[in-house]
Design a protein around this ligand. Structure first.
Ligand SMILES: N[C@@H](CCC(=O)N[C@@H](CS)C(=O)NCC(=O)O)C(=O)O
Length: 236
């Protein structure tokens, strides 16, 4: 069986597990501590990052883009009959999502409103592009979930958790993206693609007292010391 080496709140992993779930492919998952990476992982992972997919033949694959392409190649396509051009366009839109995972991570870690405003402007650009590209939905390319939907799912799922906890809606002003988020979350793929304690783990990390969102996104709050705002990567 395929094995995914994972970290519970990693969006790059979620994109991969979302595809496995959407395609109903069986897989095992092993979580590792990124602050204390096991030797067996470092021996087989060229870059020391998750996700890592270990094929049924025991071959380790790295980089989420390459992993989702592999999964797609060994399984039935989610959407039939797409031309090579359309598939290339969907891959490009998937890239528009994955290149913003780290942007969303650092936005959520902002210590105050000012820092968040600054960081969210990049994310806004990507949601704005999606808003202009989306048509009648409910999904990216019509009425079936496809690969581009799965690439955007980590961003949309995390935005929904943030909104529920803090009232802050990263998708405000983007009604089509909002409808897309609702439709995608309704499929249940988002929940299946993360561990049971995901919301708790995610909230501990991104919605703690040290972040503006974690303190309830209070507009009247005085600015904190911006140097407290981590801007680095995801997941610690
Ligand atoms: N380009 C990589 C990014 C993966 C990534 O950044 N993973 C993070 C967790 S979300 C990681 O493993 N961080 C540990 C490290 O960089 O040492 C991919 O698409 O797979």
């Amino acid at each position: 069986m395929i094995k995914i080496v994972s970290f519970k709140i990693c969006p790059f992993v979620q994109r991969v597990t979302a595809m496995l779930e959407a395609k109903e492919m069986p897989y095992e998952i092993e979580y590792i501590d990124l602050k204390n990476k096991p030797d067996w992982f470092l021996e087989i992972s060229p870059v020391g990052q998750v996700p890592l997919l270990i094929t049924e033949e025991g071959i380790p694959l790295f980089e989420s883009d390459a992993i989702v392409e592999y999964i797609d190649e060994i399984s039935e396509a989610l959407q039939d009959g797409l031309s090579p051009e359309t598939r290339a366009i969907h891959r490009a839109w998937s890239y528009q999502a994955s290149k913003h995972y780290l942007v969303q991570c650092s936005t959520m870690q902002s210590a105050d409103r000012n820092v968040l405003n600054d960081r969210i402007s990049k994310l806004d650009k990507s949601f704005d592009r999606a808003e202009k590209r989306l048509s009648d939905g409910p999904y990216f390319a019509g009425d079936t979930v496809g690969n581009a939907d799965l690439a955007w799912l980590p961003l949309l799922h995390r935005s929904a958790i943030v909104e529920k906890a803090s009232g802050y809606d990263m998708l405000e002003g983007f009604p089509k993206v909002k409808a897309w988020q609702t439709a995608l979350l309704k499929t249940g793929i988002a929940e299946k693609s993360v561990p049971e304690d995901f919301v708790e783990r995610f909230s501990d990390f991104y919605l703690s007292e040290r972040t503006w969102l974690g303190r309830g996104a209070n507009e009247d709050e005085e600015d904190a010391d911006a140097s407290n705002s981590k801007s680095g990567g995801c997941c610690g």
